[in-house]
Design a protein around this ligand. Structure first.
Ligand code: PBG
Length: 325
């Protein structure tokens, strides 16, 4: 291949040609939309740092789920914010907690929509950490039992997939065992296999009211500088029979997505997190960048890096653009 016999521009001449040689296609089926659920009725509390995103009561969540399904988006991931938080996050393990009730309502209204539930204690603990604490330490093994109870409660309510995001060691195996024992061997685990201790989660913590009251999450979430460690984390979850792997955040970790894509054949999801969403919204509002084009470019980049699925607060607006184009 050599100029002038080869000319790379030949296949870029017309829109149809460009379309024919396009290598990556973002599709509505790739998207998963996150939703935040609170107690009450007819509640829609806007999240100031996430324009267009609200905490919703179950009735409003159901309306939103219908809209999501009608846009062609195949799945939602639910986060619950209980009225009452305590040290053990006991609101998260209740059979009749906010998430089990939300799951039942959504599955009843939109049975085909895939409902994924986030399994983690941070939305339910008064200290805001993802596990049980002893002094100021987040203790691993006692947390596993609570995560298992939470996952089983979600499955009993009809969750299609559970997604542990706590980053405790051994939780995929523990949750798999608990689900199987309870008769839920058909419920897949979408593991936040590689989750970094990221500053990009800021707006989410406003939405989920889950900012840690002391310290930070660096003793359980990963150091952003580490790549080989990501492979070890992923390998552990593969060994523990995870059904999907998540890399989180997405934008600053495309190399990790690529690494996992090359090494594992499990379905791979990128989590396009709250801070990534907020940055784009802010710059778009200032008129500094073209919001919609940058959004599709970023989502396409995640797919090109190796993601099969993208969890994104942009899912609805991306779906609208993709179907009208
Ligand atoms: C809970 C959880 C977090 C996110 C998803 N699940 C926050 C955290 O670890 O603090 C972040 C998602 C986002 O920023 O959009 N463990």
């Amino acid at each position: 291949m050599k100029f002038p016999e080869y000319r790379a521009r030949r296949t870029r001449r017309t829109p149809t040609l460009r379309n024919m040689v396009r290598e990556t296609r973002l599709a509505v089926d790739d998207l998963i939309y996150p939703l935040f659920c609170v107690e009450g009725e007819d509640v829609c509390n806007p999240i100031s740092s996430m324009p267009g995103v609200c905490q919703l009561s179950i009735d409003r969540l159901v309306t939103e789920a219908r809209e999501v399904w009608n846009l062609g988006i195949p799945a939602v991931i639910l986060f619950g914010i209980p009225d009452h938080k305590d040290a053990e996050g006991s609101a998260g393990t209740k059979e009749n907690g906010i998430i089990p009730r939300a799951v039942r309502a959504v599955k009843q209204a939109v049975p085909e929509l895939i409902v994924i539930t986030d399994v983690c204690l941070c939305e339910y603990t008064d200290h805001g950490h993802c596990g049980v604490i002893r002094g100021e330490e987040v203790v691993n093994d006692p947390t596993l039992e609570l995560l298992c109870m939470q996952a089983v409660a979600h499955a009993r309510a009809g969750a299609d997939i559970v997604a542990p995001s706590d980053m405790m060691d051994g939780r995929v195996a523990a949750i798999r065992r608990a689900l199987d024992t309870d008769g839920f061997d058909g419920v897949p685990i979408m593991s936040y296999a590689v989750k970094y201790a990221s500053a990009f989660y800021g707006p989410f913590r406003e939405a989920a009211e889950s900012a840690p009251r002391f310290g930070d999450r660096r003793s359980y979430q990963m150091d952003p500088a580490n790549r080989r460690e990501a492979l070890r984390e992923a390998q552990l979850d593969v060994n523990e029979n995870a059904d999907f792997l998540i890399v989180k955040p997405a934008m600053a970790y495309l190399d990790i997505l690529r690494d996992l894509r090359e090494r594992y054949d499990l379905p791979l999801a990128a989590y396009n997190v709250s801070g990534e969403f907020a940055m784009l919204k802010a710059a778009g509002r200032q008129g500094w960048i073209e919001h919609d084009r940058v959004m599709l470019e970023l989502l396409t980049g995640m797919k090109r890096a190796g993601a099969d699925l993208i969890i994104s607060y942009h899912a609805k607006e991306a779906a609208r653009l993709l179907t009208q184009a």
